[in-house]
Write a protein that binds this ligand. Structure first.
Ligand code: ADP
Ligand code: ZN
Length: 778
């Protein structure tokens, strides 16, 4: 037997190996194997099985990893799609579909010694006192961990071994699963009666599940009339999660499993609990497996294998859970689908939401994307008929959306010493809340104390030596820090400019530490806590603060985006957004969209109880559309005006972007290389309607034509811009230059780019990355 193996060292080539007879029963497509490669031993995945090979003298595989094939043929196919579309080596894509702990098999099942009582036949022997005590415990429990028994009986393993010698018990190694949530007490929950909007949405999702189940996948059947991808647009608190839960229940009834993707930041115990409460407690033993980076590698190994073995039918996790080996797969949920953490910022640079829609098509599963602030891409896809739109326009239980007031900070700063941190309106509102015993959330998306250190005489600004970024002042430890590379230095006493040495250097700009500081002076009696990456070092910290807030031990919570979403605290009646325009003026075409999303999500934290909520948005550009539409909770209005701008400038979603970044330590070389790449791209564009590179045979993600149909090559709509210095020219001591490509025919462009980059010769110290559908233009 011969197998073709894709090796982890990315070579864009596969190799044939011989399978020794004793291993042949263990190997199949998708098996993980270790093979010799030159003098090394490397890991790989079997992609095909054959009778013979064109090569003579094949080497044998060394070992097979895992008793079961780890990569299912379906996930294998998905990995190939990722390699094609995101322009990376198939080996790299394959590597990312398995968690590290499973791939390297560094953590196996944990085997532990169990003691089991044997039935007593005949007369019970006379035991020594200690042995009798041990037996008494075991007779009642029948079986337990040896270590637990030894602890309970306050004895030694030797005593238990004596019972084994006498034929009363067996001691054997058994698999003991690690359960990361073993210590949680989870109360079972039952389905809630849905309101009409929820019921309508659920019906449509169920109907689609019936459809795809019977007619096969869309990809095989050509364009089907009704979509099996839904965008669930529901305002904050409209009951989206309840719909997810009931849709999953329906998938289980059909004998299928589900994947739930949540942004890493929402993977709080509360989120996981809601799913476990419905499916994993009480009599319902449908296991929910959780996959995320906070688990130990042993826990990750066990959770993943529970899914692979089909014992867990629901997988919840961040980005990479989109590859969970759930089979058969009935449903994929992508919660907070607009979140940028779904995009992986290293190769393979895939977007989990988009991979989810492709996987859904491949496997005939229904996909539900949910958000209160959908991405422009997803809403556009609804308009174009690719996705079906489901709307939940109101909060459940007739709760009103909070009343949002925009405070013009240009006015607030007039006559004084520049703008204050708190406008009078916000100060008054906080005072009221403190008097009434209600809670407040204050939001500022920047940590640290001051955002820059400047010399008032020569204009010197303290910048990071490795990045083109100003250093942030952190007061507790009296240090300047770079938020990009982590560089730390002490605060100068005088201006470091040799000719200046001015002793009055000034801090300007605003961070959460300063907000906390000033708040303490304004409201000395208030119990204030800050929540940002500087204080939340461990996951317990996060739970502790949220727990204290929930139980009313904190009056005012200040935080960065960490507190922007998902939190549900009925006693919060006031939200203050300290500086709403902060992200608005960044050189990124999504700056407005991001600001709209953030304001809407943060506002959504207010008024989740009986008392109506109020939001104060402090802004220096109060009439900016992103702020005004957020004030009115008007997503559709925002979409309409924003899409016009995107269409005019050919930005997504009206076209697709590929971002090519060249980086290296020598700026001249980087620039020169970028110009070289530009010339290659120009040739591609010039080839126009003729030979524009190879054409992918099938295009699951087509935006520009029918699926599965080979189209004539050519890039008539290709727009190439650059090379230009990246918005952040220098990051972590690397200079970066960028080229931006825009086209609707992205699948085809990816193919052409793979071809160009494989033939490209760059200086040794210059690297090129290709980012398809980038979310970070940095
Ligand atoms: P979203 O996910 O849209 O923010 P949730 O699903 O978290 O909203 O719902 C908010 C709250 O309302 C939850 O406590 C949930 O249990 C409750 N809820 C959901 N649907 C209903 C309903 N139909 N009737 C009453 N309460 C509901
Ligand atoms: Zn830096």
């Amino acid at each position: 037997m011969i197998v073709r193996v894709s090796l982890e060292i990315a070579l864009r080539k596969e190799f044939d190996y011989f399978v020794p007879t004793e291993m042949s029963g263990l190997v199949d497509v998708g098996s993980r194997v270790q093979v010799p490669f030159g003098p090394r031993k490397v890991l790989g995945v079997v992609t095909a099985v054959a009778e013979e090979s064109a090569h003579a003298k094949l080497k044998s595989i060394i070992k097979v990893i895992g008793a079961q094939t780890l990569v299912t043929p379906k996930v294998l196919k998905l990995a190939h799609w990722i390699a094609d579309y995101y322009c990376c080596a198939p080996e790299t894509a394959l590597k990312s579909v398995l968690p590290e702990a499973v791939r390297r098999e560094e953590a196996g099942w944990r085997e532990r010694l169990f003691v089991r009582a044997l039935p007593v036949s005949g007369e019970f022997p006379k035991l020594a006192k200690r042995q009798q005590e041990v037996w008494n415990i075991l007779e009642e429990r029948q079986e337990m961990l040896l270590s637990e028994l030894v602890g309970l009986a306050e004895t030694t393993a030797a005593t238990v071994r004596k019972l084994e010698d006498r034929g009363l018990v067996t001691i054997a190694n058994e698999i003991s699963e690690r359960d990361p949530y073993a210590h949680e007490q989870i109360l079972a929950s039952v389905p809630i009666g849905l309101n009409p909007a929820q019921a309508d949405a659920l019906e449509k999702i169920k109907a689609a599940m019936g459809r795809v189940g019977h007619t096969g996948t869309k990809a095989e059947g050509g364009k089907s009339k009704s979509s099996s991808t839904f965008l669930l647009h529901g305002v904050t608190g409209s009951g989206k999660t309840e719909i997810y839960l009931q849709a999953i229940a329906h998938a289980l009834e059909q004998g299928k499993g589900a994947i739930v993707l949540v942004p890493e930041i929402s993977l709080t115990p509360q989120t996981v609990e809601r799913f476990k409460a419905r499916f994993s407690s009480g009599k319902l033993q449908t296991l929910v497996a959780v996959l995320h980076s906070h688990l130990s590698s042993g826990e990750r190994h066990d959770e993943w294998h529970k899914i692979r073995q089909g014992r867990a039918r629901i997988a919840i996790g961040a980005r990479s859970a989109v590859f969970a080996p759930v089979e058969p797969l009935g449903l994929i949920i992508v919660d907070e689908e607009h979140e940028h953490t779904y995009k992986q910022e290293e190769t393979p640079r895939y977007h989990a939401r988009d991979v989810a829609t492709v996987r859904g098509q491949m496997e005939g599963a229904v996909v539900v994307l949910g958000s209160a602030t959908p991405s422009l891409e997803s809403y556009y896809n609804c308009k174009k008929g690719k996705y079906a739109l489901l709307s939940l326009p109101e909060r459940v239980d007739n709760q009103k959306l909070p009343y949002v007031r925009v405070v013009d900070m240009r006015q607030a700063g007039r006559g004084g010493k520049g703008p204050p941190i708190f406008s009078n309106q916000l100060k008054e509102a906080i005072t009221q809340r403190l008097e009434r015993g209600e809670q407040t959330i204050l939001f500022l998306n920047r940590r640290g104390y001051s955002t820059s250190l400047e010399c008032t005489q020569c204009g010197y600004v303290a910048n990071c030596p490795n990045c083109s970024l100003a250093l942030t002042f952190h007061r507790p430890e009296q240090k300047l820090r770079c938020h990009l590379c982590g560089h730390v230095e002490s605060v100068p006493v005088v201006c470091p400019e040799p000719k200046c040495k001015n002793p009055t250097i000034r801090y300007s700009g605003l961070g959460t530490q300063k907000v906390e500081d000033v708040l303490g002076k304004l409201f000395p009696k208030a119990r204030v806590r800050r929540m940002d990456a500087d204080v939340m070092k461990r996951k317990e910290d996060y739970r502790k603060v949220l727990g204290d807030f929930r139980t009313g031990k904190i009056d005012i919570l200040i935080g960065t985006q960490m507190i922007a979403k998902g939190l549900h605290f009925p006693n919060v009646t006031l939200v203050g957004i300290i500086y709403a325009d902060m992200a608005l003026h960044q050189p990124d075409f999504r700056a407005g969209e991001r600001t709209f999303q953030l304001l809407t999500q943060v506002s959504g934290r207010a008024g989740r109880g009986d008392v109506e909520g109020e939001v104060f948005v402090q802004a220096f550009t109060p009439f900016h559309p992103a702020i005004q539409y957020a004030r009115r909770h008007d997503f559709v209005g925002f979409y309409e005006q924003e899409i016009e701008f995107r269409e005019q400038l050919k930005y997504p979603p009206s076209s697709r972007v590929a971002l090519l970044t060249l980086k290296g330590r020598n700026e001249e070389k980087v620039k020169f290389s970028a110009e070289h790449v530009r010339r290659d791209l120009d040739k591609l564009a010039a080839a126009g309607g003729k030979a524009g590179g190879p054409t992918p045979a099938t295009d699951m993600f087509a935006d520009d034509g029918a699926q599965g149909v080979a189209r004539p090559a050519g890039f008539k709509d290709l727009v190439i811009s650059g090379p230009a210095p990246a918005p952040l020219l220098r990051a972590e001591s690397f200079y970066r230059y960028q080229l931006m490509l825009r086209t609707r025919a992205m699948s085809r462009l990816s193919f052409a780019l793979a071809d160009i980059t494989s033939r490209l010769t760059l200086p040794d110290d210059v690297t090129l990355t290709v980012d398809i559908d980038p979310v970070n233009l940095g």
